[in-house]
Design a protein around this ligand. Structure first.
Ligand code: ADP
Length: 789
């Protein structure tokens, strides 16, 4: 029975027809062969039951019973049967019932089988894989749709053909036929998988990469009755795998080509991949650095910071960015910028981390060095004391450029003296000093400071070997000490002043493990050059100080020597003058001579005084007394005194009567005003008006001195108050002095916390104004003018 669906109408119809047909046939046969009753009807029942099962069988039985009882058994067309006929009929019914029920069982078994077969067929057809079933001889008995598609064979075509013909396979690499798994299954009766990399050759010649397995079908006796072959095309998967591999390869190649270290880490923070650059850089093995092993390659001072930072990023998912030092394979530490970003999956969860380490040592070093040199410059410029300069330099060098720094200078006897020493570890600095005392530097030594002093050229020892220490050490004890210091690398630089090496700067690397290279040497040379300039300045300053002291001493003595006779001389001149004018005892000429001598002595006296002041200012020793005084009254007195000396109308005073009290040194302030008044007279044509004015301006007391003399050229004004100012025109230089006066005046005014200003135009006179702060008690009292209002 081929049709899949059962139809009760048809089955019962068939039963009806079969009984009718059997009845008609029986009637026909009876007409020729004599009376037969049941065989044909029995056959009809059997057929109905076989075809339709129990129901149609019973229907046929019933119909056949009725037909034979009514028509076939005598009396025909009557149900009035005799006993014999009834027995026959009953026998028939029993036989028919038996046949029906037996047929039903067969029918059911068949239906079940059919059902199972159908299920299997549907399963095989709908399975995602290709399936071919063969019999024990290897002939194809079944193929599903996918198998048809892949092999290019139709089920009908393939049916009965040897499986080898339909399922042709070769090895992918050698392109040679490989043994079909079906053959193996048939031979060995075991489940067989396919060798890797197999190509199926379709009927059309196409090569399809497949993956397969075959299993035996066994019959009831356990004999192999056939084989089920299952296979699938793997091109798609293969392509995906290849694409993945290619993209991974690309990513790795990219990472390896980068000048940075690149790594990836699991979401938990363990590093699971480094690029080649990392291994080349650190010289580490994957085993050493996977997971959290990278810590070993960090500078010990940076480990904690990095571990904490990374753990924090892993915990929060925040990007990681940090600067740290990595140890290169050669043992040097270089600064790196470490960065890591999380890569998240579709659900937002971190799938892995990608990190990089970029060498920023050069940039950092350049910036550090620049900073270092700038601070060195400021620090060294901050002092003019020679020893302090050297000590500062030694301190500056540690730990910026060295773990240990010494400065040695040649003294007057040509002996190398240790001037300054500093060490990262202060205890060691002391210890190093002792070492130096026990083993003074031998100036004949072939290396180190003595050599540098001789050649004037720096020396660098990138790597200090034991052999080098042995060569330097004087005895076993010193060698032991030197070795204990743990020298790694060193540089010695000459300190050159005006082309002469006067000392040496020694920089040693110990605990830091750094090794000096050309860049370090360049930096150290810069430092040495700056230090040398500072030394030079300090020396120059010291010499200048000494010169000033010597000059001071000379001037003090000179002034003392000069002043004594001068005073008496001037008093004597004065006496003679007065007496002569009273009694006319001296000739006019003699009197003039006397006066000139007196004036010259006075000028000399003033000059000496000015020079002393200058010297005091330069050495910072000009000091002022402090007392309350009335600046207005002082100006008035000076004008009145001046009027005695020169034409009374040429010098005038104008000022308020209110006291202009300032705190200061009366003698010094007198010197200031005197100087301004004298200049005003000196640089005015004879008879020119000079007016002095005293007034309060806000919180200051001001005295201004105005003349209508030659004035000061605009170009000269900015330098007017500087030391040794010389007037620009020759004519004026004739009468001008050394140009110290205004410099001293300015200094004195500044010491009083005041200001001096000048307003002058060449040929139109000058106005000098000195303003000093009013004594604090007066500040709050309104000025006189305001008070009167
Ligand atoms: P000295 O008068 O001894 O040269 P000063 O320092 O007092 O020194 O003055 C410096 C210079 O300033 C003078 O040489 C002169 O050229 C100029 N000077 C000062 N006061 C006046 C003034 N009132 N008028 C014109 N020039 C002046």
């Amino acid at each position: 029975m081929r049709h899949a669906l059962r139809s009760p109408v048809r089955e019962y119809g068939v039963a009806l027809c079969a009984v009718l047909a059997a009845l008609l046939l029986t009637l026909v046969v009876r007409a020729t062969l004599g009376p037969i009753y049941f065989p044909l009807l029995l056959a009809a029942v059997m057929f109905s039951a076989w075809y339709g099962g129990l129901g149609p069988g019973l229907l046929a039985t019933a119909l056949a019973t009725l037909a034979s009882g009514y028509i076939l058994l005598p009396p025909s067309y009557s149900l009035n049967l005799n006993r014999e006929a009834l027995v026959q009929l009953a026998t028939f019914v029993l036989a028919a019932l038996f046949i029906s029920s037996v047929s039903e069982a067969g029918h059911r078994a068949q239906a079940a089988l059919r059902d199972q077969g159908e299920r299997l067929r549907v399963t095989l057809a709908s399975i995602g894989d290709a399936v071919i079933v063969s019999d024990a001889a290897g002939g194809v008995t079944f193929m599903n749709q996918i198998a048809e598609d892949l092999t290019g064979w139709g089920q009908a075509d393939a049916h009965g053909r040897p499986l080898d013909q339909v399922f042709r396979i070769i090895s992918e690499q050698e392109h040679r036929p490989v043994e079909s798994p079906v053959a193996r299954v048939l031979r060995e009766g075991v489940v067989a998988g396919l060798a890797n990399h197999t190509l199926l050759i379709s009927r059309g010649g196409e090569e399809i990469p497949i993956d397969d397995s075959a299993a035996p079908i066994r019959d009831e006796q356990g004999q192999v009755a056939g084989v089920v072959l299952v296979f699938r095309a793997i091109a798609e998967r293969r392509r995906a795998e290849e694409a993945l591999r290619a993209s991974e390869q690309r990513a790795r190649a990219l990472a390896d080509a980068m000048p940075q270290a690149v790594w990836t880490a699991r979401p938990t923070g363990e590093i699971d991949h480094y690029n080649q650059r990392w291994y080349d850089y650190t010289g580490a093995t994957p085993e050493q650095t996977m997971g959290w092993g990278w810590q070993a390659a960090l500078h010990p001072d940076d480990v904690q910071r990095c571990v904490d930072g990374w753990a924090e990023s892993v915990r929060t998912g925040a990007p990681y960015e940090i600067e740290y030092r990595w140890r290169r394979a050669d043992g040097t530490y270089r600064w790196h910028l470490g960065r890591a970003l999380p890569v998240r999956g579709g659900d937002g969860r971190i799938v892995f981390w990608v990190g990089t380490g970029t060498d920023i040592d050069d940039q950092r070093r350049a910036a550090d060095q620049q900073r270092f040199l700038v601070s060195a410059g400021t620090l060294l410029a901050g002092t003019l004391d020679y020893t302090t300069t050297m000590e500062r330099m030694a301190q500056l060098a540690v730990p910026a450029v060295a773990d240990w720094c010494t400065v040695d200078m040649l003294d007057e006897q040509g002996v190398l003296q240790l001037l300054a020493i500093s060490h990262v570890d202060p205890d060691k600095a002391r210890w190093a000093r002792e070492l130096r005392e026990r083993y003074p530097i031998d100036l004949a030594a072939p290396a180190g400071a003595p050599q540098v002093l001789r050649t004037g050229r720096p020396e660098i020892y990138p790597e200090i070997s034991d052999a080098l220490l042995e060569a330097v050490a004087h005895d076993a004890e010193e060698l032991r000490l030197l070795q204990a210091v743990g020298y790694r690398s060193a540089m010695v630089l000459p300190l050159q002043v005006r082309g002469r090496a006067i000392g040496a700067l020694t920089l040693v690397a110990t605990e830091s493990g750094r090794r000096y290279g050309p860049e370090d040497l360049a930096l150290a040379e810069e430092l040495a050059a700056r230090a040398a300039i500072a030394i030079d300045n300090a020396q120059l300053y010291r010499e200048a100080q000494e010169a000033i002291r010597a000059r001071d001493q000379f001037l003090s003595i000179a002034s003392h020597e000069l002043k004594t006779p001068l005073t008496s001389l001037m008093g004597y001149v004065d006496l003679l003058w007065r007496r002569a004018s009273r009694d006319g005892s001296l000739a006019e000429r003699d009197l003039r001579a006397l006066r000139i001598a007196g004036e010259q002595a006075g000028r000399l006296n003033r000059l000496v005084g000015a020079l002393l002041d200058l010297s005091r200012i330069e050495s910072g020793q000009l000091s002022i007394e402090r007392g309350a005084l009335d600046l207005g009254a002082l100006a008035r007195r000076l004008v009145e005194e001046g009027q005695q000396m020169i034409d009374q109308h040429a010098l005038a005073f104008d000022g308020t009567d209110e006291p202009l009290v300032v705190v200061g040194d009366e003698l010094r302030l007198e010197q200031v005003l005197q100087n301004l008044i004298q200049n005003a007279i000196k640089y005015s044509p004879s008879g020119g008006q000079v007016s002095v004015r005293a007034e309060r301006r806000d919180d200051t007391a001001c005295v201004s001195v105005r003349d209508h003399g030659i004035g000061i050229p605009a170009t000269a004004l900015p330098r007017l108050f500087s030391r040794f100012y010389r007037a620009p025109n020759a004519e004026e230089q004739q009468i001008s002095g050394m140009g110290i006066g205004l410099f001293v005046v300015k200094e004195i005014v500044h010491l009083h916390g005041g200001e001096i200003t000048v307003d002058s135009h060449e040929g139109h006179g000058s106005l000098f104004t000195v303003c000093l702060p009013l004594a604090s008690g007066l500040r709050d009292i309104p000025a006189a003018k305001e008070r009167s209002r």
